[in-house]
Design a binder for this molecule. Structure first.
Ligand code: ZN
Length: 247
């Protein structure tokens, strides 16, 4: 578990270091492609993508849960970025998270995605973006299955699926890329906010418990005494979350 969490915490500073079709010149290929895709104007993206895909990929939207047909895909194959066609995930790392969104425990490699801190819901989360075109894909959480412990919760509308049976060359290229996969590393910018958030909440709940326990009369009703321990339980919970961030 510690190893899995460690790998999860080492998610992407994104080392652009190998080529999808030809490992040797991948630096140049990916950089050129990324440069082209990241230079596209908003109008170009709007003209290229469907309305739903544009909303998710370029406006950081979220598709309704259980709306994507990709939830049911189990055939061996590759999930590509719908905006730029970059291979991102494979069926081998896909699992049923029960959330209603396509979920994976690992990308093709560390070159495939970029991770960023996201505060749109106030609570810090880690956003997943396509490294090649900067398209928003979803978020990653640390409650996934082994071996990584990560759950990449993605929008199906941001992905295209190509079965291995329909494109043997793509399947072979992805296998080669996975064999030389750069590890995914999580930037400090995505771990520090979570750590600070959990430490602050743990401290607040422990302080609240200390204050309430001093004021609580010895003959207080059992229910009131039990309720006084809620801040302590909450403090322990957030302290545990902070410890998980550090591992
Ligand atoms: Zn992309």
């Amino acid at each position: 578990m510690a190893r899995a969490l460690h790998r999860c915490l080492l998610l992407s500073l994104v080392v652009r270091s190998s080529s999808f079709l030809n490992p040797a010149p991948r630096h140049a290929t990916l950089r050129l492609r990324a440069a082209v895709d990241k230079r596209r104007s908003d109008e170009e993206w709007r003209a290229t993508l469907s309305e739903d895909a544009y909303y998710v990929l370029r406006q950081e939207g979220t598709e309704p849960p259980r709306s994507s047909p990709l939830n049911d895909v189990t055939d061996p194959g590759t999930f590509l970025c719908k905006a730029c066609g970059e291979p991102l995930f494979t069926t081998a790392t896909k699992f049923d998270s029960g959330t209603g969104w396509p979920s994976f425990f690992d990308p093709v490699d560390g070159d495939a995605v970029e991770l960023r801190a996201d505060f749109k819901l106030v609570l810090p989360r880690t956003e997943v973006r396509c490294a090649a075109c900067d398209g928003h894909l979803g978020h990653v959480f640390d409650d996934g299955p082994r071996p990584t412990g990560c759950r990449y919760c993605l929008n199906g509308v941001a992905l295209n699926f190509v079965a291995d049976a329909d494109d043997a060359d793509l399947a072979a290229a992805v296998v080669a890329r996975e064999a030389a996969a750069a590890p995914v590393a999580k930037p400090l910018s995505t771990t520090l906010p979570s750590l600070a958030f959990n430490v602050a909440l743990a401290g607040a709940f422990f302080a609240s418990f200390a204050a309430r326990s001093d004021e609580l009369p010895a003959d207080a009703p059992v229910l009131q005494q039990a309720f006084a321990f809620f801040p302590l339980a909450a403090g322990v919970f957030y302290a545990y979350q902070a410890a998980k961030t550090l591992r």
